[in-house]
Design a protein around this ligand. Sequence first.
Ligand SMILES: Cc1cc2nc3c(=O)[nH]c(=O)nc-3n(C[C@H](O)[C@H](O)[C@H](O)COP(=O)(O)OP(=O)(O)OC[C@H]3O[C@@H](n4cnc5c(N)ncnc54)[C@H](O)[C@@H]3O)c2cc1C
Length: 507
Amino acid sequence: MHPISRAALRPYICASCRYGIGASRRRFGTKPDQTPDIYDVVCVGGGPAGLGLLAALRASPITSKLKVALVESQDLNKAQAWNMPSDQFSNRVSSLTPSSASFLRKIGAWEHLDTNRVQEYQEMQVWDGETGSRISFDWSMETPPFEDMRTVATMTENLNLVRALLGRIAASGDQGLTLFSNTTVASIENGSDLQASGPDLSAWPVLSVKPTGPGSETKGISRIAARLLVGADGINSPVRSFADIPTQGWDYNRHGIVATLALADLDTPPFPANLRTAYQRFLPALGGPIALLPLPNNHATLVWSTTPENAAYLKSLSPSAFLAMVNAAFRLSMTDLKYMMGIERSEQTSHEDELAWHVQHTSLPSQTPPLATAVQQGTVASFPLRFRHAAQYISPRVALVGDAAHVIHPLAGQGLNLGLADVAALSRTIEYAVSHGMDIGDLLTLERYSSERYLPNAKIGGACDLLHKMYTIPGQGPITWARSLGLDVIDKLPFVKSFLMKNAEGH
Ligand SMILES: Cc1cc2nc3c(=O)[nH]c(=O)nc-3n(C[C@H](O)[C@H](O)[C@H](O)COP(=O)(O)OP(=O)(O)OC[C@H]3O[C@@H](n4cnc5c(N)ncnc54)[C@H](O)[C@@H]3O)c2cc1C
């Protein structure tokens, strides 16, 4: 049971008290008394979650007539015009589960994706670098004969997805739709019931939004009121602050290194020919797992979770030394890796020489990924890894989705998928309310959304957190033994494995 926040009590403040509060309320903008424009839904944040919600609302015949606005501080025109040569890939890539893909198909966004840039995979190899225990998930074996191979997930650049969602929204026409691009939220406050005309907005969020792009100095602040305000505004959500919803969580003291890599041709081509594999090796002594996930044209995206010190070291390396470290991380022992992680530039030996030497003296794991042969210029970057969970997802006239509601460890590639599942649920909730004549901002209406999403998100975030903690304990102690036993047992129990596979698919 979550404590009721102050924001949840807003509608219960009596009218005379409200006048008192109104008098002392903070005000921003050039025309504080200007009557705000009224929208049914205002979404703050034009990342995958916010755009996904808008696209879903525009796609449904029940909600397409709602008056909606989206506020995004980045330039959405730039996102819409995003382009890259076919042999280069952005470094922010997400694995979309079949559930996410089917939601995107349902709302008509999938057909706006550049599908030449996405890559499905059907098999996963996951192993413990300390003990060698392994689990493999092969969806191709689960597929009935004569059917298309079932996929674990589809690797998609976030920018390709964002562009597709913008394309879908544009295709819905501009009636009832306002996109505040290059615009930031300057403040959010409750409105007032002192207006000469129009509804009593005293329990409605009213946003002051301020253009930030070129020429913005000449543009004024706009005020917009929301029957329902959706926070899709990421980890530092201003909407969550307005609603006074606290979060629980911690920083992992780990960074996720990302990069786009070119791979060598495989010695033995995969069978069936279009079978693609994702690889993840847990490296407890280095602080987290390294994952190599397939992209088209024999490319792959790297996500390596490690300590901030290791991340800084890896980012300081030359491209060839960086590649040697990546290839070593999938092949060498923890001792050899720790040694290589400390080689100084001034030393006689190079990372490349060390890898070549150690590989000759190491019995390689049975399933290693193809060698990484090149790193795409400018793609090595790192992100701090954090866990956050909002104490609640809703308050009167407010709902949180995506990273504004929860941020999880990326080791299972689920963050964005959870965000898309949130927006699918919230759009269904809004549809239900509209078709039953309910107020879409009412707490009772929003309960439906919250009860559908809170527990599944907590479960998956908690499981990723547990996995992270289990796999950062180095050495050969009881936890190392237990986690390896766990992997071995799961690998040999088809029913348990099938259950895990279904969860990973997003069912
Ligand atoms: C290394 C790494 C790898 C990952 N890999 C995967 C993966 O494989 N699969 C997966 O599902 N997830 C993955 N994730 C997680 C995924 O990237 C995030 O969960 C997802 O991008 C969050 O989307 P969002 O739309 O909720 O938030 P965001 O993408 O953070 O969007 C929030 C938006 O709000 C805007 N905004 C914020 N404040 C304001 C304001 N005041 N005014 C106006 N606009 C504002 C921002 O500009 C931004 O565009 C990974 C994360 C990391 C760090």
